[in-house]
Write a protein that binds this ligand. Structure first.
Ligand code: SF4
Length: 312
């Protein structure tokens, strides 16, 4: 017999996976403290190097790196690390002037986050567009409300939103693990390196009787950038909790649930941050970014003025 109120839609795959993960956790996969300590020490040494580098150049992190948080610390999120590794000009451009236009794929992502929250805390979404209107009105999100009305002037977009709302039923049955959405995560090292992130869904963790599990919600195909993002959040959650999460996964209506192998992911995430911090130091050292043109130029806000842009 199904749960009351849920007569159709995607099966509760996330809850089923969490049950399996926590069964394995009880069987002896606790811990990871040594890996957490190693990651903390590695990032501490990255911060010390960064501090020495900036002190040798007169002190604080300023000038070309102002968009990354300054004046006292380099502030890195998973997206800014990814951009630094792709092209310094792209990273600076997006930090100074993030893209203003909200495209349909971006809006679908926002809508899916709302539907997942409704399923987690209230119940099934009966009317996708009506539910979004109610949430945007209640939260004073006038811009999102306007976007919703603009996009749904096309009936096919209303249909897509209804499909997304049905897919969000995959998140039912999670209340017992005390879910929280849009959870801010952060860590600071030696006063000069600050890491930030915002996890879509955290289950359990400190303050609850349950081990911590993270799930990132995506509305389209799952990509390597999403996997790097999840590793970044697993690292930040581990630094905060002192132990590895019991589980972590990506989920999308297209790719379904993609569990991540948590052990070993912290050092990969820390190495990526170290490489991003090194690229940032290069920007400071040279007084400007190294340009690395490629397919990403087509999405770069700096491309109109960039001498290396490849937009053809
Ligand atoms: S246009 Fe290309 S090379 Fe120039 S800053 Fe943007 S991503 Fe880098």
């Amino acid at each position: 017999m199904g749960e009351p109120g849920y007569t159709s839609g995607a099966p509760p795959v996330v809850a089923e996976w969490v049950e399996q993960v926590l069964a394995g956790h009880v069987a002896g996969t606790r811990g990871g403290e040594a890996e957490v300590t190693a990651a903390r020490e590695h990032l501490g040494s990255v911060a010390e190097d960064l501090g020495s580098f900036t002190r040798a150049r007169g002190g604080v992190l300023t000038g070309p790196l102002d968009p990354f948080g300054g004046p006292g610390a380099l502030v890195l999120g998973d997206a800014s690390v990814g951009r630094l590794l792709t092209c310094g000009g792209l990273a600076l451009g997006e930090a100074v002037d993030p893209p203003g236009e909200v495209t349909w794929p971006m809006f679908r992502g926002r809508a899916l986050d709302v539907f997942v929250s409704v399923v987690l805390f209230s119940g099934p979404v009966a009317d996708a567009v009506g539910e979004l209107e109610a949430v945007f009105e209640a939260t004073g999100a006038a811009g999102d409300l306007e976007l919703l009305r603009g996009f749904t002037a096309d009936p096919s977009k209303s249909g897509e939103l209804a499909e997304l709302a049905a897919h969000a039923l995959a998140f039912r049955g999670l209340q017992r693990w005390e879910p929280r959405v849009e959870v801010g995560l952060g860590a600071r090292f030696a006063g000069v390196l600050e890491l930030r992130g915002r996890a879509d869904l955290v289950l359990g963790g400190p303050g609850t009787p349950h081990p911590c599990v993270l799930v990132e919600v995506k509305s389209g195909e799952l990509r390597d950038a999403h996997r790097a993002q999840l590793r970044h959040y697993v690292l930040l959650a581990s630094l905060r909790n002192g132990t590895l999460p019991a589980g972590a996964a990506l989920w999308s209506p297209v790719g379904g649930l993609e569990p991540m192998h948590v052990p070993g992911s912290l050092l990969a995430a820390a190495e990526r941050i170290a490489a991003g911090a090194s690229r940032a130091a290069d920007i400071l050292d040279r007084g400007g970014p190294v340009l690395r043109p490629g397919p990403h130029c087509r999405f770069c806000s700096s491309s109109p003025l960039c001498p290396e842009a490849r937009v053809g």
